[in-house]
Design a protein around this ligand. Structure first.
Ligand SMILES: Nc1ncnc2c1ncn2[C@@H]1O[C@H](COP(=O)(O)OP(=O)(O)O)[C@@H](O)[C@H]1O
Ligand SMILES: [Mg+2]
Length: 303
């Protein structure tokens, strides 16, 4: 067994266009350049934006891999994602995975990482969906997250320079292992950097300073994570013990989302179940068409 396991970082969000690939490529560069770390960048996206960027920019020794996931079933998807993660992380000090989240992937995949970075714009609608995404994940895995001490970091991405993060993502404040990173600003002339240079060393000092502040923050969290890993134990302190009291925020959100009609994941089914944990699920509420789950609000006219 290697003496030093790589620190694995997942950069994900279910939305496209939020800056996952830009952040993955530039964080890989920051950690390689400023922190002298051996970085493996694993691109799980077919668009391959982050791997293109890193391959076309000057070679700074980042190992870049394109990973394929087999989506024939959720079981295979998880297995193939894990196999890729293991294979391409091996030998690196840090691995960074660029992955657009999809319900076709088991959330267990997220458990394999030391840190999960979730880029999100500052649009209220997107902030709410990011919070739902995190709360759902955390709620389902309280005990394991407590034992794992995984770090979740929301990254305000492509935000205006005058953006103030105070007051943003406050529904996550109660989570001891969840943080909001310094924002990555919208770069007006981004097309002159894409594929050619990295933010942290680019000639526009404002861009370099901004991304470096973000990079330093992540580097600090990596150090904290390395320390925490040394003391990890199955019965570690329950960092999310408070969550059961506060997780009603998630249920409120789901109800609100349900009323707005824009949210209908499998979580909607659990909403009903969760409120009656001791009651076995009534066969009539467990409707599915083939293997596809049909959420309650879509079923209301079917009785
Ligand atoms: N900080 C930023 N400033 C300006 N444009 C950005 C920034 N980050 C990303 N973009 C642009 O937004 C688009 C989507 O970014 P990308 O990193 O590909 O997002 P994702 O991987 O989440 O789909 C791209 O055209 C990219 O150039
Ligand atoms: Mg991308």
């Amino acid at each position: 067994m290697p003496t030093c396991e790589p620190i694995k970082i997942l950069v994900t969000n279910q939305k496209g266009g939020v800056g996952k690939s830009t952040i993955s490529a530039n964080l890989a560069a920051y950690l390689a350049i400023q922190e002298s770390l051996e970085v493996s960048l694993i691109d799980f996206d077919r668009q391959a934006s982050s791997s293109h960027w890193t391959k076309k920019a000057p070679d700074i020794g980042i190992r870049v891999s394109q990973a394929e996931i087999n989506y024939q079933s959720t079981g295979l998807a998880l297995l193939s994602a894990r196999a890729n993660l293991r294979k391409y992380s091996s030998g690196a000090q840090i691995s960074i995975c660029d992955f657009t989240w999809t319900p076709a992937m088991s959330q267990d995949f997220m458990m394999d990482f030391d840190m999960v970075l979730i880029p999100s714009s500052s649009a209220k609608f997107e902030m709410a969906s990011t919070e739902i995404f995190i709360l759902e994940y955390v709620q389902k895995r309280m005990a394991r997250l407590a034992a794992n001490k995984q770090i979740l970091i929301v990254v305000p991405s492509r935000v205006d320079q005058n953006y103030a993060s105070q007051g943003a993502f406050t529904n996550l404040d109660f989570l001891a292992n969840c943080f909001v990173a310094p924002p990555v600003h919208r770069t007006p002339e981004i097309d002159s950097y894409v594929y050619q240079d990295f933010f942290c060393v680019c000639s526009d000092k404002a861009v370099a300073d901004n991304f470096s502040a973000f990079g330093r923050y992540i580097a600090q969290k990596i150090s904290e994570r390395k320390e925490a890993v040394k003391t990890l134990s199955i019965s570690g302190p329950s960092i999310n013990r408070e969550i059961s009291k506060k997780v009603s925020v998630l249920d409120d959100y789901r109800k609100r989302a349900k009323n707005l009609g824009f949210y209908g994941g499998a979580a909607m089914a659990e909403l009903k179940q969760d409120s009656n944990p001791d009651t076995p699920q009534d066969a009539s509420t467990k409707t599915s068409v083939g293997n596809r789950f049909v959420p309650g609000f879509l079923r209301k006219n079917q009785d």
